[in-house]
Structures are given as structure tokens and as C-alpha cells.
Design a protein. Structure first.
Length: 184
């Protein structure tokens, strides 16, 4: 009986160690994905022409706080094309007026749709993470496809807002249309 208890105890310890390792790996992997998304946003800043460029490039963020904290840590205070980057987590309605980009991460579909509707006609580049984001009226979607991030751009939405995206980015992206305009 003692021997089977010892084997069971060892098996339990191995299982616990494997579980701890896999959760640490998953945590590191999700942090890496957030860092990759932050890098995409940083690089995207260099290829966008805003009609009314301000001295600072302000990125507003709404969504999972962990993603917001990664954006804050990696981008806040950096420069892009001689413009200082400032990250504002969970901007108020007044703060939205100073944003160049609004990153909508891991939000519910209703909240994202409502936010996108409130930004129509404004020169704020909207960036999201969901598969449907660009088709639902968002401008740039950073979609996880398992082993990499795919860029989707709703060119109609960016043009309506008076923004121009460099052909360098457009050549790397999948161009989509809003769902009300017929999808892809």
C-alpha cells in the first residue's frame, strides 16, 4: 500500500509541475502576443497620414488591462516620425478628442459597435483584435491566426475619416469591406 501511495504522490507532483509549467508558458505566450500587437501599432504609426497631425501621437486604449499595460510599458514616451507617443488607458469621452488611435482590445461586440458608431466622422484610427472588427466598421484589425497576427484594413473606413495608409502597409494587409457594404 505504501508503494502505491508513493507512486501516486510522485505522479501528482509531476502533474502539478507540468500544469505549473504550462500555465507559465501560456502566460508568457499571451504577454508575447500583446508585445507583438504593440509592435504592430508602433510600426503602423509610421505609415499613417492624419489630416490634422498633432505634436503628440496619442493612443487611447480600452479593453483587457494587461494588454493596456503592455502598450503603456512599450510605447509610452517613445517617438515615431519626430512625434512623442503618449498612451492613455481607458480614455474618457473628453480624452477621445485628443486621441489619434483608439485601440479596442478584447471588448464585447456591443461595446465595440457602440464605440465605433460614436467615432464615425472623427479622425481617430480604430484598431481592434477580433476577426469581425474591420468588417464591423473598425479600421485596422490585428487578428490572431494561431501562429501569427494578420492585419486586416477597412480602407473605406480609413478614407471616410480622411486618413491615408501607406501602400507598404496595404500590400501586407488583407483589405476588407464593412459588413453593410458586402463583407470582404
Amino acid at each position: 500500500m505504501k508503494r502505491s501511495t508513493a507512486v501516486l504522490l510522485r505522479l501528482l507532483m509531476c502533474w502539478t509541475a507540468a500544469l505549473a509549467f504550462s500555465s507559465s508558458f501560456a502566460l508568457a505566450q499571451s504577454h508575447d502576443e500583446r508585445a507583438v500587437r504593440a509592435a504592430y501599432v508602433y510600426n503602423l504609426l509610421q505609415y499613417i497620414d492624419w489630416p490634422d497631425q498633432k505634436s503628440d501621437l496619442v493612443i487611447g486604449f480600452e479593453g483587457d488591462p494587461a494588454t493596456g499595460n503592455v502598450l503603456l510599458a512599450l510605447l509610452n514616451g517613445r517617438s515615431s516620425n519626430a512625434h512623442r507617443i503618449r498612451v492613455v488607458l481607458f480614455p474618457s469621452l473628453q480624452d477621445l478628442g485628443i486621441c489619434n488611435i483608439l485601440y479596442l482590445g478584447d471588448g464585447s461586440a456591443g461595446d465595440v459597435s457602440r464605440t465605433l458608431d460614436s467615432l464615425r466622422g472623427k479622425t481617430i484610427l480604430t484598431v481592434g483584435e477580433s476577426e469581425a472588427f474591420a468588417r464591423d466598421g473598425g479600421m485596422v484589425a490585428l487578428v490572431n491566426t494561431g501562429d501569427h497576427i494578420r492585419i486586416e484594413i477597412n480602407l473605406d473606413a480609413t478614407q471616410r475619416a480622411g486618413m491615408r495608409i501607406s501602400s507598404h502597409v496595404l500590400n501586407l494587409a488583407t483589405i476588407v469591406r464593412s459588413a453593410q457594404n458586402g463583407g470582404r
